[in-house]
Design a protein around this ligand. Sequence first.
Ligand SMILES: Cc1cc2nc3c(=O)[nH]c(=O)nc-3n(C[C@H](O)[C@H](O)[C@H](O)COP(=O)(O)OP(=O)(O)OC[C@H]3O[C@@H](n4cnc5c(N)ncnc54)[C@H](O)[C@@H]3O)c2cc1C
Length: 279
Amino acid sequence: MPKLIVKPSSLKELWKITPALPYKRKYLSGGTDLVNISNAGADDSDCWLDVSALTELWGIKETKSSIFIGAAVKISEIENSVTARRWLPALIAAIPHFASPSLRNMATLGGNAANASPCADGVCALISERASVWLELKGKKRKIPLTGLFLGPKKTALKKDELITGFEIPKWKHTAAYQKLGPRSYFGISKAAVAISADIKAGVAAKVSIALASVGPVIVYAAKTSAFLSGKSLVADVISEAAELVKTEVSPITDTRSEADYRREMCGVLVSRALQGLT
Ligand SMILES: Cc1cc2nc3c(=O)[nH]c(=O)nc-3n(C[C@H](O)[C@H](O)[C@H](O)COP(=O)(O)OP(=O)(O)OC[C@H]3O[C@@H](n4cnc5c(N)ncnc54)[C@H](O)[C@@H]3O)c2cc1C
């Protein structure tokens, strides 16, 4: 852990103090990833900037057309939010699979995205929800599709000192499911996971949006399978075809948690289970 940890209370203060801080600096949010990395001796920064007091990064806000979730919002806050429960079914479905209740009281959505893990459950659900991410650097704001933030495992498109301020999710009528396969049912990082959002009317799916975790270098948006399902009745044959198609869209690896072939096969099974849960 670095000797210097600073905690600005506004974005204005953050941009004012940053230039004078040691060059090797990182943001600290809930610390559930960063403190672990530091304890493992893999963080060489000389300063951490604690973002938890930046009020601009707090809260879940509803506008006419979208929901905004601040980057410093804890996962447990989302779990208990009436607004999130009404508008973000994929994210809500993912949360019980996210670590443990105590960890969800610390972990934030901003940290989940900035950490750029291909296993990130929050990001997987948000991509299925069609989220964008708001970024800020020295007072300059920009918004990009969340899929555009990730360049590879642990690699993002963030510029030096660029801060994630929040996530914007369009309001759209949909139902959703989240399926996660891990060493245990809960409290573990996945071997594979899938989030599916869709607008279902009389058994016919529209605007299908499928994201998968732990089966590629970044969270995978399954564009072909999503397009294939849109406009179709979710009958057994269609679900089987989608389960085959999704296997062509992932590129899993073999690592300590699982084997590539097994992961690919399970993507089909998880998509099939998730679709059956939607009908
Ligand atoms: C036991 C355990 C179980 C876990 N289980 C899961 C799980 O099931 N699913 C899952 O998805 N994750 C899991 N995680 C990982 C972790 O909890 C999440 O990724 C969490 O959301 C990280 O958020 P944080 O606020 O703790 O981030 P931090 O640890 O504070 O930060 C993580 C990274 O993001 C950067 N950062 C933080 N906030 C910002 C910001 N606003 N702008 C730019 N950069 C920022 C930091 O510099 C750091 O590099 C688990 C972790 C542990 C220790």
